[in-house]
Design a binder for this molecule. Structure first.
Ligand code: DGY
Length: 317
């Protein structure tokens, strides 16, 4: 009998065929869509990055051996609980770096050049003459970018910043990155110096107990009044209430946000009342090509984990 696999994500035909050839596949949108008798025999779970999975859900999945998530982030999974239960978790690093780096620049440019605000202004029929000076934006090129978290995506952002925009690159990371220093003239600094100096502060760090509310009121107060904060990491890397206060008081100039404390963002969030905020629905990696590559890798990870016990891209081998 084929091992049983639960799939909570949409896959293309060829990915589905790869799995059907090896597993008894049961699909749904959420775990609660899957009947308990199928949960009780499932050995694999293919899911997305937003799934909350801890002791409670594991209790429903007593045979589970491997989870494969279509995301690079895995903060919604309780890794200690998974390891205690002998369940491996694999993720999809490497295939989304360039796309997420593009999203960072989309947010930086949108905030700096007031793209969303001015596109709405044109749509509202307000373009009656030359642009009032009060709508001028600020330059991105040749400014200073501060990258918090210099992993693969950070490197892709630094490359764009250095070669494409002639920017000075500062970074804050647990370890120095000699490649970034050689290739992009990047300079390792402590977080305070980065916040005090950068025109664009870009958050790319994973959400962990160390990075929860890394950017809170005290850190926001260190930023320049002209600075723009960009977050494509996880919402809780920022204390969102403190950010709203800083934006309302104009102690920073703007924020480009792809991730939030609560997703989907509530329609009545104070962030949506601020014209200097560009809020996106967690689209960092959301291009057709990149999402397909992430799904393909997640399918391969699942097959390798369950059939070969090969643990590529596994976060708790
Ligand atoms: C990721 O891959 O972690 C993205 O944020 C999507 O969840």
């Amino acid at each position: 009998m084929k091992p049983s696999l639960i799939v909570l994500v949409a896959l293309n035909d060829s990915q589905r065929q790869r799995l059907d050839a090896l597993f008894e596949v049961h699909s749904g949108k959420q775990l609660c869509d899957i009947p308990s008798e199928q949960l009780s025999v499932a050995q694999g779970l293919l899911a997305h990055g937003g799934l909350t999975l801890g002791e409670e859900q594991l209790a429903q999945l007593p045979q589970l051996k491997a989870i494969s998530t279509i995301s690079v982030g895995y903060d919604s999974y309780d890794i200690e609980a998974l390891s205690r239960a002998g369940v491996t978790l694999s993720h999809t690093p490497g295939v989304l770096d360039e796309t997420v780096a593009d999203s960072v620049f989309a947010l930086m440019l949108s905030c700096a050049r007031r793209i969303v605000e001015l596109a709405d202004w044109v749509r509202d029929g307000q373009w009656q003459g030359s642009l009032p000076k009060s709508y001028y934006g600020c330059d991105v090129h040749h400014k200073t970018i501060g990258i918090v978290g210099m992993g693969r995506i950070g490197m892709a952002v630094a490359r764009r910043a250095h070669y494409g925009f002639g920017m000075s690159v500062l970074y804050h990371n647990r370890h120095s990155k000699p490649m970034a220093e050689q290739q992009f003239a990047a300079r390792l600094v402590d977080l305070d110096e980065l916040l005090q100096t950068a025109d664009f502060v870009v958050l790319l760090t994973p959400l962990t107990t160390q990075t929860f509310h890394l950017i809170a009121a005290a850190q926001l107060a260190m930023m320049k009044p002209s600075a723009i904060l960009v977050n494509v990491a996880r919402g809780d890397v920022i204390d969102e209430a403190a950010l709203i206060e800083a934006l309302q008081q104009k102690t920073i100039a703007g924020a480009g946000l792809d991730v939030f404390h609560q997703e989907p963002l509530a329609n009545d969030s104070a962030l949506l009342k601020l014209p200097q905020v560009v809020a996106l629905p967690h689209i960092g990696s959301a291009t057709t090509q990149t999402r397909a590559a992430m799904s393909e890798l997640a399918v391969t990870n699942m097959i390798e984990a369950l059939t070969l016990r090969q643990l590529n891209h596994c976060v708790n081998p």
